[in-house]
Design a protein around this ligand. Structure first.
Ligand code: PLP
Length: 402
């Protein structure tokens, strides 16, 4: 497959290439691990329509973070009942745009109230879910302040509010952590969320129709640096929840994920457009560097601030120093130490410094791995008026899929 990718990349770079087969394998792994849970795809990780369409064809729904993502998910073939619009700060315009195309997950008491006003104006009764900021924290301890969700302590206010508006709460969404590799910590968070779901149903006087346990299942960006999550261990928690659900809530159980499904399928390819040496340092200049994939430049900046590399992840902007391995497709008979940079008029436009690998010349390609999630979409592509990179989804033969 590598040869096929290289051939496509030669014709399209700067480009993102997404391998369908890799994504399909990730889907299979998760569906196999959580047979009693529905999967939602966090569209923000990679909203490229052929990717969303492919995931829809596996029966996966959407965790949509904006009205635009709701519409995209619908356009890509997902059903309204499988699209969950959960985001802080939804405007009335966003709520109205998404109204008939999704389940709405309210994120604040103010939003619940505004949904009530909109429902009354429409002469409707609206069922919603709520995102909760629980009294527990990920990894143990008491709940923390957050811009996301309704504090669990505010449940009495919610109950009072619901008496005055044509709205019922039928679902719960909890999401406390992305990108963890600790199965026990995530499993305990799911357990706590399950207990919260039962409490919430009792408080509100009716069992919940759905419970979304949020994301968390992480990706080992570099298996020499970190071990993949033990999914079998996590499954012991989810199987226990599912078994209890059978005899109690009988709710629809869901887990959402963006990165696990898409990160590994993506590679980003940059063409070398110039090369020069300045006072002993060799610069390989590429096209579509910081303005094609921004996160490596942020990692370089952070490395200058913290050479010891002790900084914690700051998702989705910064994952780790090793999150984006670089491969130079140059002359393998000669090795060179270079700085691979971009062609923007700013010094921050760096892919990697002190890179040692095959000698690169103009026309060669540089590949960046793990570029399927929070990559193309999380990049300031309009900066400096360059042409944005192309995205392509490829089947196992290297053919472009629509
Ligand atoms: C509420 C919510 N759900 C899901 C995700 C997706 O996380 P990941 O792509 O790591 O699975 C995020 C990411 O920030 C999130 O905030």
């Amino acid at each position: 497959m590598k040869d096929k990718l290289l051939t496509v990349a030669k014709n399209h770079a700067p480009c993102y290439l997404y391998e369908y087969e890799v994504m399909a394998q990730q889907v299979k792994t998760l569906q196999g691990t959580f047979p009693n849970f529905d999967l939602l795809y966090s569209v923000k990780a990679n909203p490229y329509p052929p990717v969303v369409k492919a995931l829809a064809s596996f029966g996966i729904g959407a965790d949509a973070a904006s009205a635009g993502e709701v519409v995209l998910a619908r356009d890509c073939g997902m059903w309204a009942e499988d699209i969950f619009f959960s985001a802080a700060g939804k405007s009335d315009a966003a709520l109205q745009r998404a109204w008939d195309d999704c389940e709405i997950i309210a994120d604040s008491l103010g939003e619940v109230s505004r949904i009530g006003t909109l429902a009354a104006q429409r002469g409707e009764h609206r069922a919603i879910g709520i995102r909760m900021n629980p009294t527990f924290a990920f990894g143990g301890g008491a709940g923390v302040t957050s811009k996301f969700g309704i504090d669990e302590e505010d449940l009495p206010h919610l109950k009072e509010l619901l008496k005055t508006i044509p709205v019922t709460v039928e679902g719960l969404h909890v999401h406390l952590r992305s990108q963890t590799l600790e199965a026990d910590a995530l499993g305990r968070c799911y357990q706590d969320s399950w207990a919260l779901a039962k409490r919430l149903g009792e408080e509100l006087g009716a069992p919940l129709r759905y419970v979304n346990f949020g994301s968390g299942v992480g990706v080992a960006y570099d298996e020499e640096q970190e071990s993949p999550m033990d999914l079998e261990k996590l499954r012991t928690y989810t199987d226990a929840i599912a078994a209890e659900n059978e005899t109690t809530l009988r709710a629809r159980l869901m887990i959402e994920t963006g990165r696990f499904l898409t990160c590994k399928m993506g590679t980003y390819w940059l063409p070398v457009v110039d090369k020069k040496t300045s006072r002993g340092v060799t610069y390989v200049i590429t096209e579509g560097c910081m303005n094609g994939l921004q996160k490596p430049a942020l990692a370089v900046m952070l490395h200058h601030a913290d050479p010891a590399g002790t900084l914690a992840a700051y998702e989705p902007l910064y994952t780790s120093a090793w999150a984006f391995p670089v491969v130079a497709h140059g002359d393998t008979t000669a090795t060179e130490r270079v700085n691979i940079v971009g062609n923007l008029c700013c010094a921050a436009d760096v892919l990697v410094e002190n890179f040692e690998g095959p000698r690169l010349e103009v026309g060669d390609l540089v590949e960046v791995q793990n570029a399927g999630a929070y990559a193309c979409t999380l990049t300031a592509q309009r900066f400096s008026g360059h042409t944005p990179p192309v995205e392509l989804l490829l089947d196992g033969e290297g053919n472009i899929m629509e």
